[in-house]
Design a protein around this ligand. Structure first.
Ligand code: FAD
Ligand code: EPU
Length: 339
């Protein structure tokens, strides 16, 4: 079907913060050909590809084209005795895709269950949770160059995945539309459970499960996430608003002498400290400020209590950045894409 472009469309239901801004032009893409039409129609104008809108904050109306990616399709490409290569078009829902991989005996993504959004946005910030990231499983990516409209293959090494980073989030931002993502996963013969992070082991033991299968792990992750993170359908949010900062060892030692209880994790570039702890320490956890505030169970998550504007949320996040900086001399970086 040809692309149908509408004017002045509210984006409220297309972003999980629930921000009510308008896009001056708007269309849903359901087939790969629609991407070519979209790039042609928006030529010379600003445009934005959106999947689930779960990692964006709109601070104003979007004066340009917003294209919602609903391009579906997934399958098995090849298998060996131990491994299986699967693919999905970028408009597939991430969590449904993860469940499908498990049903099809392709394991590895189970710790990434229940992350909102689309398959196509997942490599953008190298989504991660509960001890694994996309970069551990992504084989290659197909994308369309927005200028030449040619199909380009990004092998794993070309993506420059890092903590909540990839080339698509920085140097190539808005330069490519990701169309298809391939994953090399494990068959049962090669799979080992990854239960080291957080409460996974505890939840499994509470359920009396000693030798978990991938579905058990997926269920445990779903249970933990549902108990901590607000459901965007009930309370607008975009997950962690900030990244966990990695600080240099000297600053860490200074902070440790002042705040002996500061949690910390080793990192190849220094020491990682949980932003949630820093923000909670500064008194923001559960705070309500106008229509926005910090979630009562997870200080790293900023929420929209009712009809907050994106500007209001942005300014609240600025206040957090300033107070954390004054208290710990640490610069918090936003994880969410500000638009
Ligand atoms: P969108 O918000 O639609 O887009 C994000 C960015 O990617 C935009 O810049 C957009 O232009 C670009 N983009 C989208 N699709 C494409 C494409 N096909 N080609 C090129 N660019 C594209 N993230 C984690 O890493 N770990 C978590 O545990 C996690 N938990 C979350 C929990 C909650 C409750 C919420 C609301 C969010 C959470 N997130 C988490 C953040 C979010 O789910 C991920 O970043 C997700 O990958 C975003 O997908 P999306 O389709 O909604 O992206
Ligand atoms: N903490 C607090 N107070 C809080 C929240 C956290 O003190 O209010 C401290 C605790 O010490 C806790 C630690 O932070 O042990 C880690 O908390 P949690 O396990 O909840 O993880 P996180 O670091 O806050 C990260 C990701 C999440 C991901 C979880 C699980 C980032 C920015 N966030 O959160 O990803 O789901 O780990 O792996 O790395 C997202 O990116 O949107 C996201 C939700």
């Amino acid at each position: 079907m040809a692309l149908i472009i509408k004017n002045n469309v509210s984006l409220k239901k297309y972003n999980t913060f629930g921000i009510d801004v308008n896009a001056s032009a708007f269309a849903k893409m359901e087939h790969i050909e629609n991407i070519h039409e979209a790039l042609e129609a928006s030529k010379g104008n600003p445009f934005l590809i959106l999947g689930g809108g779960s990692n964006v904050l709109f601070t104003k109306d979007y004066e340009g084209f917003v294209f919602i990616n609903q391009i579906l399709g997934k399958g098995i490409l090849s298998e060996t005795e131990d491994e299986i290569v699967v693919w999905a078009h970028s408009g597939e829902n991430w969590h449904e895709f993860v469940l499908w991989t498990i049903q099809n005996g392709a394991f590895g993504l189970e710790n990434l269950s229940l992350i909102p959004g689309s398959v196509g946005a997942a490599p953008m910030q190298n989504i991660g949770a509960y001890g694994t990231e996309i970069k551990d499983w992504c084989l290659k990516i197909e994308a369309i160059d927005c200028k030449t409209k040619e199909l380009v293959i990004f092998n794993h090494v070309d993506c420059h995945f890092g903590y909540r980073e990839s080339v698509f989030k920085n140097v190539f931002k808005n330069k490519y539309v990701i169309t298809k993502v391939f994953f090399k996963l494990h068959k049962a013969s090669k799979w080992t459970p990854n239960t080291n992070y957080g409460d996974i082991q505890k939840v499994l033991l509470e359920q009396g499960i000693e030798n978990p299968n991938p579905k058990d792990i997926s269920n445990a992750v779903i249970q933990i996430r549902s108990s901590k993170l607000p459901n965007p359908k009930e309370l607008g949010n975009a997950g962690s608003f900030f990244k966990n900062p990695v600080i240099d060892i000297n600053l860490f030692e200074t902070l440790k002498s002042k705040f002996p209880q500061i949690p910390n994790y080793p990192d190849k570039n220094g020491v990682k400290v949980p932003a949630g702890w820093l923000i909670e320490f500064c008194g923001f956890k559960g705070m309500k400020s106008g229509n926005t505030g910090s979630h009562e169970k997870q200080a790293l998550v900023i929420v929209n209590y009712s009809n907050a504007t994106g500007r209001e949320i942005f300014e609240y996040s600025q206040k957090i950045i300033e107070i954390v900086k004054d208290t710990f001399a640490i610069d918090l970086e936003r994880e969410v894409n500000i638009i």
